[in-house]
Design a protein around this ligand. Sequence first.
Ligand code: NAD
Length: 482
Amino acid sequence: MIHKVQNLIAGERRPSSDGAVLERHDPADSRRLVSTMPESTSTDVADAVTAARDAAPEWAAMPPSRRASLLEKAASVLADQADDIAVEIVQEMGKPIGAARMEAGRAPKNLELYAAEAVRLTGATYPSDDSGATVYSTREPVGVVGVITPWNFPLNLASRKIGPALAAGNTVVFKPSPMTPRVGERLGAAFHEAGFPPGVVNTIHGHSAGAALVADQRVDAVTFTGSTATGQRIHAAMGLDRRVQLELGGNNPVVVLADADLDAAADVVARSSFTMSGQACTAAGRVLVATEIFDELLERVVARAEAHQLGDGRTEGVTMGPLVDERSLIDVSRSVSDAVAAGASVATGGRRVTDNGLEHGWFMPPTIVVDVDPTMALVHDEVFGPVVGFERVDGLEHAIALANDNRYGLTSAICTRDIAAAHEFSRRIEAGTVRVNRPTVGAAFNAPFGGIKMSGTGTHREQLGPTVMDFYTSLRTVFLGG
Ligand code: NAD
């Protein structure tokens, strides 16, 4: 059934003020209309920001334990709906149902985690040369936080931004991706259903609402996850007086040294490159393999690639869903054909799959490209699909040099049995995360996550760790004299 998504502003479900509607079709079968959503106008966005501003004083003044218990209630609303949400995730963005269930289960846990932060926020006292004064710091909410998120983890990423924002006493305007409006609506509505005061969490949908939200100077902070191109636009628009957190794209390397356990390394590479059809910011686009083991590793990864079962993510046995839309399929296919035109060759995959009833979906098979070089987009840029370039390296130094010769710095991995080499790599690789004998994908929900270079602002890590709440609070220093 087609679901009509609406904005949620000041506790009211509303269509776009000019009635404009966008459609979302199932990427596994683009004939199926899954949901419609408002294409919000700048008036709708302004109304949502006004609602968030109006709600801010009462929310900030609410006892923290009460804020925490409301967040716990929102977590339990989401947990109760997790089975339905998982199916909606598959229908809107295509990941296999097992991965969608994991995500639907993770979001309530995020909210529970951040609920506890509401009562843990602390300041500090400082020794003072002024014996009559006490010097201490407090944390204040930042104000209205704009939350703008992508479609690939539509629930998880948004919940780990909205959760800490609310715990710290901020109000929120949430702008989900137009690829996943139903899932965005579910998350926004969970706070409403849990009894949050109207206006504390507002949800606005559409293609142009994100830019309008960023442009509204009454938004005090923006936390964004998405592409580097959009992140750069947001960064430029925010200015000095408003804070911004950006979690952006990557082209993550896996290094495989000659001493690696080859079967384990092949698992690491295949999982890094092909999980979620390569549509994870942490997916590996480059594999830097010691020349001595290049052919043996390639053969093993090709076998793993070819074992994937493509199809609708709701079908039993399917391990790889479609790409998110036709545009993405075109871009990903072009990255392969351009590389081939420039001298690379395809070891497996490389072309859209249309047989076995997949002709109406945006299916790209796991694809391995060899004989690549740094002039090719799939080596130097992010390709958001199941495409990986294999390069030969003659040892650790060469691998580190090639891996770092890239504008991104999100995550990385090395496969080796040599502890010293792993440690050296961890010290020198330019990335926010290093995985040793583990895939680049995935993140611990209780460890800091974020990138450097063009992969993000890097100043405030998401998930957990000392900096998470720093983004959502302003530190104030008080000198209290007698
Ligand atoms: P995107 O940048 O196209 O869109 C992200 C969000 O920004 C959407 O809600 C979109 O509507 C909104 N938006 C678009 N233009 C905007 C503007 N000018 N101002 C404000 N908002 C605007 O990204 P996407 O295609 O949804 O997601 C895929 C990208 O996200 C990939 O590059 C991926 O690497 C990245 N990503 C990064 C992380 C991370 O943690 N680093 C995690 C997941 C995805």
